[in-house]
Design a binder for this molecule. Structure first.
Ligand code: KG4
Ligand code: ZN
Length: 347
C-alpha cells in the first residue's frame, strides 16, 4: 500500500489529540487541552483528565476530519496511544479508537506514545535517517534511544534513574511558586535571567558516574540543589532572584541532556539525532543542541514546538510507519498499558 490515510488518537495525559496523516504528510492536527482545569491543583488530576477526554474526543475528531477534508470512511487505519500514560485517560482514547475501527471495519494499531514523540519529525522534515539516535525528553520519560526502522526497531541506550526532565521542570516551578506546567513558565522566565549566575549540579556527569551511567540521567539532585539554594537565600532574608534561578536550572538540564545525546551519537557512530517530547519545546535546549550537533557533524531533526507536546498527529505518523512496514494490526481486545516499555513500538 502507498501513502495510507491514518487517523491518530492521543489521550495519555491532559491533551486530547486527533491527527490525520497521509503517509508522512500532515493533514490535520487538533488538540484540546484540559491543562487549565489542573492548574489550581499544581499537577494533572487523573479523574479530571479522563472526564475532559470524554467530553473532548468527539468534537476534536470532528474538527480534525474537517481540517483534513476527509470522511471517516476514507481512513485506511486507526492508530491510538496504548501507553504509557494515565490509565483512566488512555482508556478513553483507546475505546474511541476501537469503536471506530470496529464500526468502519478498519485495522487498529495500538501505538507507544513515546515513539510518537520520537517519530513526529517525519511529518515536518520527511523520512527518518536509519539508524538515528533519539533524545526523548517528556514529562514522564527521559531517554536516549537507538532507532533503526521506527516501526520495529527501537533500543534503549539510556534512561533517567529518578525524575524525568519535564518532571524536574514542573517540580522546580512549584518550589519557586510558579504555575503548572512549569516548563513553559521557566523557559520564559529564564530568558530574563543570567544562566551563569548560579551553577547547579549536572547529574551523572562525574567520572565515577560515567562508568556505569554514561548515557543515563538524574534530575532529583538538581531539584534538591535548587530547593536548598532558595531555602538558604530566604533564611538569610534575601530576595530570591527567580529569573537567575530559572536560567541556572535550565542551563543545567540543557547542558546535561545535550552533552549525553551528542556523546551517544559519537559512541555509536550515528550521525543523525531526533529530538522529541514536551521538553523538546524548550528554547535553550533547542539552541544548545543545535550548536553542539553542528560542532559534532550530527544532523539534528528538531520538530517545531507545537509538534513536541502531546498530539494525535505523532500517533498517526507512527501508525503510517507501522502500516508501511507491514506490521500486523492490533487485536480489538488490546488493553491500555500505563507502563508500556519504551522499546515496544506497538501492541
Ligand atoms: O511530552 P509531554 O507533552 O507529555 C508527556 O508525555 O509527559 O511533556 C510535558 C512536559 C511537562 O513537564 C512540561 O513542563 C514540559 O513538557 N514542557 C517544557 C516546555 N514545554 C513543555 N519544558 C521545558 N520548556 C518548555 N518550553
Ligand atoms: Zn508526551
Amino acid at each position: 500500500m502507498t501513502e495510507p490515510l491514518i487517523l491518530g488518537i492521543e489521550s495519555s495525559c491532559d491533551e486530547t489529540g486527533v491527527g490525520i496523516v497521509r503517509g508522512s504528510d500532515l493533514l490535520a492536527n487538533q488538540v484540546a487541552s484540559s491543562v487549565e482545569e489542573h492548574v489550581r491543583f499544581g499537577g494533572v488530576v487523573p479523574e479530571i483528565a479522563s472526564r475532559a477526554h470524554l467530553e473532548a474526543i468527539r468534537p476534536t475528531l470532528d474538527r480534525a476530519l474537517a481540517e483534513a477534508g476527509v470522511d471517516l470512511d476514507q481512513i485506511d487505519a486507526i492508530a491510538v496511544t496504548a501507553g504509557p500514560g494515565l490509565m483512566g485517560a488512555l482508556v478513553v482514547g483507546l475505546s474511541a479508537a476501537k469503536a471506530l475501527a470496529w464500526a468502519l471495519d478498519k485495522p487498529l494499531y495500538g501505538v507507544n506514545h513515546l515513539i510518537g514523540h520520537v517519530g513526529v519529525d517525519l511529518l515536518e522534515h520527511g523520512p527518518l535517517p536509519q539508524p538515528s539516535m533519539a533524545l526523548l525528553v517528556s514529562g514522564g520519560h527521559t531517554n536516549i534511544l537507538r532507532v533503526g526502522d521506527i516501526a520495529t526497531d527501537v533500543e534503549e541506550v539510556g534512561t533517567t534513574i529518578d525524575d524525568a526532565a519535564g518532571e524536574a521542570y514542573d517540580k522546580v516551578a512549584r518550589l519557586l511558586g510558579l504555575a503548572y506546567p512549569g516548563g513553559p513558565v521557566i523557559d520564559r522566565l529564564a530568558a530574563e535571567g543570567d544562566p551563569t549566575a548560579i551553577r547547579f549540579p549536572r547529574g551523572l556527569t562525574a567520572r565515577h558516574d560515567l562508568e556505569k551511567h554514561r548515557f543515563d540521567f538524574s534530575f532529583s539532585g538538581l531539584k534538591t540543589a535548587v530547593a536548598r539554594w532558595v531555602e538558604v537565600r530566604r533564611r538569610e532574608g534575601g530576595e530570591v532572584p527567580l529569573a537567575d534561578v530559572a536560567a541556572g536550572f535550565q542551563e543545567a538540564v540543557a547542558d546535561v541532556v545535550t552533552a549525553k545525546a551528542v556523546d551517544a551519537c559519537q559512541f555509536y557512530g550515528v550521525d543523525a539525532l531526533l529530538l522529541g517530547g514536551g521538553v523538546a519545546a524548550n528554547s535553550r535546549l533547542r539552541l544548545l543542541l543545535a550548536q553542539r550537533c553542528e560542532a559534532a557533524g550530527i544532523t539534528l531533526r528538531r520538530p517545531r514546538p507545537a509538534l513536541c507536546t502531546d498530539n494525535g498527529a505523532m500517533i498517526a505518523a507512527v501508525g503510517a510507519e507501522l502500516v508501511l512496514a507491514g506490521v500486523r494490526p492490533s487485536s480489538l481486545d488490546i488493553s491500555a498499558n500505563s507502563g508500556l516499555p519504551v522499546e515496544q513500538v506497538s501492541l
